[in-house]
Design a protein around this ligand. Structure first.
Ligand code: NAD
Length: 496
């Protein structure tokens, strides 16, 4: 059985006594094992990163950026292999994996701008003969802990920027689909990155707790579920580390009575069921304003869902693949059962789809639930599956109140032809990323990504300009070179 190890100090190692099975969710079979790093293995990676830091910190930013240029080329050259690995372990169809990778590559492109991004700020003559400037210095060794649902893209949100800013990096990817992440990191070595600058340790809580407890780790970026995000943020902060911890979501779309309903249905289909709903920006709730809009939405969605194809990652004709594990499949079915028991109406039932030839895969078909109310457990939970819940309210304000009352605030959108309504919505809604007739408003790489409320713990968002701030510390230098003959007197008051 193939074993997935770690990347430490430039070499792939198979350290670790404990292992965990890695499944192919399309077949339901475990055909690989991932090694779970012990404390000693994680400490070996931290030591390698720490040793690499002084030289990497002093490498000119343009040279650091050149590694990223080569890395981008290698990612493009090896895209098919990366998408294959994502498909095998995550279950994503190739077209979806390619989209994920492209979004990751865009973060590498942004990292190529390092010399420009790190220029700092300069003020000449803040007082006679005195200049002042701020520069952005790297933190040292920083860590990233990432989820299963974007094994290529989410790590690429983190380490390209951390590394071009002059830091060394330890990545702890999801143990459920580790191979594409490890493979991508090994391309960085081929791109010419010095040994030890980028390290990957596969593992579970033991690895995470080692990173959180080690004084040599200066900052932690986390993306995953909210309970773990909260734990990571509290522990890392208590240990004096800078931390950004992005958590879960429940993303609502408001469907206004004037929306172009055919277009809205097309947008909702992709955003609710693409990637089996396993996206933190997946649209999981549609809030129809008025019963007429609700009825039209349900009627058109039901018809459109007839054509949805769920099946193995290897068939490009499929719209989406399986969910990540058998346990997750059962959890999603439990949410649908609960919604039904609590009085919601299952309009399209995807609980037990038949996928010929893949009977043991972890499949859930597209599911549409009508008449969901805020007291239902399935509404309050993040289902993270191909399930769209529909709610009905009388006014746009009532829809906004619902969204604002939810614990999560990652993404939201509105479908309307009314510019005034859209502008009011985007200005007032308590959510970090907003779409107007855009179902998945994931910011491009040169903006930053982050939710509000319990979707993000910390001050700075992921990637883009916020990443430069997160992965550097500001130093401000004030310098005097007195003009010839000028002598300063003694000054006891605050210089001004
Ligand atoms: P998860 O929280 O289970 O795991 C994330 C990471 O934390 C993994 O590396 C895992 O090994 C580690 N981990 C898990 N349990 C831990 C524990 N007890 N102690 C220490 N570390 C632990 O998340 P997941 O199931 O892999 O990913 C899905 C979740 O991620 C969803 O909630 C989704 O919304 C969220 N997500 C959020 C964003 C965002 O940007 N806000 C993006 C992608 C995914």
């Amino acid at each position: 059985m193939k074993r997935v190890g770690h990347l430490i100090n430039g070499a792939v190692t198979l350290n670790g006594e404990r292992t965990q099975e890695v499944f192919n969710p399309s077949t339901g079979e475990a055909d690989k094992q991932v090694l779970l790093a012990s404390k000693a293995t994680v400490e070996e990676a931290i030591a390698a990163a720490n040793a690499a830091f002084p030289a990497w910190r002093n490498t000119p930013a343009i040279k650091r950026a050149r590694v990223m240029f080569k890395f981008k080329d290698l990612l493009e050259q090896h895209a098919d292999k990366i998408c294959q690995l994502i498909g095998e372990e995550h279950g994503k169809i190739a077209h979806d994996a390619a989209g994920e990778l492209q979004r990751g590559i865009e973060n590498v492109e942004y990292a190529c701008c390092a010399p420009e991004l790190l220029k700092g700020e300069h003020s000449k003559n803040v007082a006679p003969d005195i200049d002042s400037w701020s520069e952005f210095q790297p933190l040292g060794v920083v860590a990233g802990i990432t989820p299963f649902n974007f094994p290529a893209m989410v790590p690429l949100w983190m380490y390209p920027m951390a590394i071009v800013c002059g830091n060394c990096f330890i990545l702890k990817p999801s143990e459920r689909d580790p191979s594409s992440t490890l493979y991508i990191a090994s391309l960085l070595q081929q791109a010419g990155l010095p040994d030890g600058v980028m390290n990957v340790v596969n593992g579970d809580r033991e690895a995470v707790d080692t990173l959180l407890g080690d004084d040599r780790i200066k900052a932690v970026s986390f993306v995953g579920s909210t309970p773990i995000a909260e734990y990571i943020y509290a522990t890392a902060s208590a240990n004096g580390k800078r931390c950004q911890a992005l958590g879960g979501a429940k993303n609502h779309a408001i469907v206004m009575p004037d929306a172009d309903m055919d277009n809205t249905v097309n947008q909702l289909l992709g955003a609710a069921f693409g990637s089996s709903g396993e996206r933190c920006m997946a649209l999981s709730v549609a809030v129809a304003v008025g019963d007429a809009a609700g009825d039209a939405l349900i009627g058109k969605m039901k018809a459109a869902m007839n054509g949805l194809k769920v099946g193995p990652y290897s068939d490009p004709e499929n719209d989406f693949g399986p969910v990540i594990t058998r346990q997750h499949q059962q959890k999603i079915i439990g949410h649908i059962d609960h919604a039904e028991q609590q009085g919601a109406k299952i309009v399209v039932d995807g609980r037990y789809p038949k996928v010929a030839g893949h009977e043991h895969g972890f499949y859930i078909g597209g599911t549409l639930i009508d008449r969901v109310t805020p007291d239902m457990d399935s509404y309050n939970a993040e289902i993270f599956g191909p399930v769209l819940q529909v709610m009905r309210v009388d006014t746009m304000q009532a829809a906004m109140d619902l969204i604002d009352a939810h614990e999560y605030g990652n993404g939201t959108c509105i479908f309307t032809r009314d510019g005034e309504a859209a502008r009011y919505f985007s200005d007032h809604i308590q959510v970090g990323m907003v779409g107007i007739n855009i179902p998945l408003p994931v910011p491009v790489a040169y903006h930053s990504f982050g939710g509000w409320k319990r979707s993000l713990f910390g001050d700075l968002h992921a990637y883009g300009p916020d990443a430069v701030r997160f992965y550097t510390k500001r130093k401000t230098i004030t310098q005097r070179w007195p003009s010839a003959g000028v002598r300063e007197g003694v000054l006891f008051s605050m210089p001004s």
